[in-house]
Write a protein that binds this ligand. Structure first.
Ligand code: ADE
Length: 237
């Protein structure tokens, strides 16, 4: 790809730009980044502070532990980050809506995204409202900041971009496309530490293999993720 202005762009507002590209500079995402299939840009939030000490946070009104990121500083950073119209603007927080493969697909299909990474206790609520940030959570656990969540979200998007995945890494059979978790995988050796690969997989009988994998996928989904299993059954009904 030669026209880099066209490339899918992840623009990250962070106090720790050195955390990027991090793992995204390796493997499939890293190769795609080198090829110009996607772009990574970081903005240092501290550069938008307006005082001599470059203060980005302050104590919470009402008291309590921790520090809150100032709305004026984050707003100025967002103004710069969205000036060319790139969006949506997403704030990574455990208070957000749960990330889904559906949202990842939507984001990968667009021009890119602006990500705000919070540290400390998070952002002042007013800048979230004023900038209509989409709040997204990776799950019910607390990270020390938004950066590792941003890395994960970008990874999930980038692998869907045209030209990123090789022919071998097919997207069609993936869990969140079929609605089921994946069936188990096996490779050589055929016997390892007295454990044998299921006979059917060595049979060369394609229809039997397909049926076995389907049953396994259903069984693992039913036992591990009743929520996904219910949704799958409803979809089929
Ligand atoms: N920041 C801190 N914890 C997070 C989480 N679980 N998801 C997204 N961003 C976060």
């Amino acid at each position: 790809m030669t026209d880099t202005t066209e490339a899918w762009t992840a623009r990250i507002l962070t106090l720790f730009p050195e955390m990027f590209p991090g793992p995204l500079g390796q493997s499939l995402a890293g190769k795609a980044l080198e090829k110009g299939i996607w772009r990574l840009e970081t903005l240092q939030i501290r550069d938008f502070a307006c005082d001599r000490h470059r203060t980005v946070d302050d104590t919470p009104f009402g008291g309590g532990a921790g520090m809150v990121m100032r709305p004026d500083v984050v707003d100025a950073a967002l103004a710069a980050a969205t000036a060319d119209g790139l969006g949506p603007a997403i704030y990574l927080t455990p208070r957000g809506r749960l990330l889904s493969q559906g949202l990842v697909e939507e984001l990968a299909a667009g021009p890119g995204m602006v990500l705000v990474c919070g540290r400390y206790e998070g952002l002042d609520e007013r800048v979230i409202e004023a900038r209509q940030l989409i709040e997204v959570s990776l799950g019910d656990f607390v990270l020390s900041g938004g950066e590792p969540a941003a890395l994960a979200l970008i990874d999930a998007c980038v692998r869907l971009l045209p030209g990123v995945m090789g022919a071998e890494e097919t997207l069609d059979e993936e869990s969140f496309k079929t609605g089921l978790l994946e069936y188990p995988h096996y490779t050589r050796p055929a016997e390892w530490n007295e454990r044998k690969v299921p006979e059917v997989l060595m049979s060369g009988h394609h229809e039997k293999i397909r049926a076995w994998r389907q049953t396994q996928a259903e069984e693992v989904t039913r036992s591990r993720r009743p929520d996904l299993w219910d949704a799958y059954k409803k979809r089929g009904a």
